[in-house]
Ligand binder design. Structure first.
Ligand SMILES: Nc1ncnc2c1ncn2[C@@H]1O[C@H](COP(=O)(O)OP(=O)(O)O)[C@@H](O)[C@H]1O
Ligand SMILES: [Mg+2]
Length: 264
């Protein structure tokens, strides 16, 4: 109405109530997440224990009740092997759960010591080759600066073992027969790079985001046994070293896991 004098509008609201609501909402979300995790935990554990336990029971009952099976060395060995493999899987599952629990309560021990990484990794890859058998070929290569004068770093041997065991067994498990698996160790100025490459099944893009969440597995590997805890364990071990982990993968082409660990 022609009034051109400046006007000031003050828009103030009490936001304490909104802040409180946000907090409640966050707490509810967290609660929901924990509930989902618990459900997944129970369903995974009951399945992952029930299956090997049934195998153990069936194999033991067969050997016990049929004298023919016991007398036949082939049948006996096959069933004894089944029992051992099943028990090993259950022990692995329990170990993973314990490791994650220790890491989350700050009780996972970290004892870094000087270790010749080249020697350690090459032995480890050889060991894994022996257990993988002829179905897969594992290669190891080391690139050291200064012509390999120094291939050591300060790491926790037990945790490193767990990292390598998990990554190599994934590469083997998720590669078809005849699959080639490469393990590269590269010494950089301040860090050590460990790379594990396979040309296996790969990981669907939509599953790549939550690989470090407990119990999460790719949609394309449901037919293969697994718990979805291995990479969680790996990540905890890498974190304790102050290192980093990255996974690049494409379905049908393969997967490369890269780990960087500071030298000291
Ligand atoms: N080398 C690999 N090739 C293809 N998929 C992989 C590989 N490593 C991990 N994955 C995917 O990541 C998921 C989580 O791996 P992990 O935590 O080791 O659990 P698990 O092997 O018991 O399923 C696997 O279920 C699989 O979908
Ligand atoms: Mg695994």
């Amino acid at each position: 109405d022609g009034d051109l004098s400046p006007k000031i509008f003050i828009n103030s609201r009490d936001i304490t109530e909104r802040k409180r609501l946000d907090e409640v909402r966050l707490a509810l979300e967290r609660e929901q997440e924990l509930r989902t995790l618990k459900t997944r935990f129970f369903s995974m554990v009951s399945h992952e224990f029930r299956t090997p336990l049934s195998t153990v029971l069936a194999a033991a009952q067969l050997l016990d009740s049929s004298p023919g099976a016991w007398a036949n060395p082939e049948k006996r060995d096959r069933n004894l092997r089944r029992i051992q493999d099943s028990v090993k899987n259950m022990v692995q599952l329990l170990d993973d759960i314990l490791t994650i629990n220790r890491a989350e309560t700050g009780k996972l021990e970290f004892n870094p010591q000087w270790l010749d990484l080249e020697k350690f990794c090459s032995h480890f890859v050889e060991e894994m080759q022996l257990s993988a058998g002829a179905r897969h070929t594992l290669n190891f290569a080391c690139h050291a600066q200064n012509n390999g004068q120094n291939t050591g770093a300060c790491v926790d041997e037990k945790l490193l073992r767990s990292i390598l065991a998990n990554l190599l067994s994934n590469a083997i498990k998720y590669s078809p027969a005849g699959g080639q698996i490469q393990c590269y160790l590269t010494f950089e100025k301040e860090s050590v790079q460990l790379m594990i490459c396979d040309r296996g099944l790969g990981i669907p893009t939509e599953d790549q985001k939550q690989l470090f969440e407990p119990f999460s597995r790719g949609k394309n590997v449901r037919h293969l046994p697994g718990t979805g805890l291995g990479l969680v364990v790996v990540k905890k071990c890498v974190n304790l070293h102050g290192g980093s982990i990255e996974i690049a993968s494409e379905v049908g082409r393969g997967t490369t896991v890269t780990i960087l660990l500071p030298k000291i």
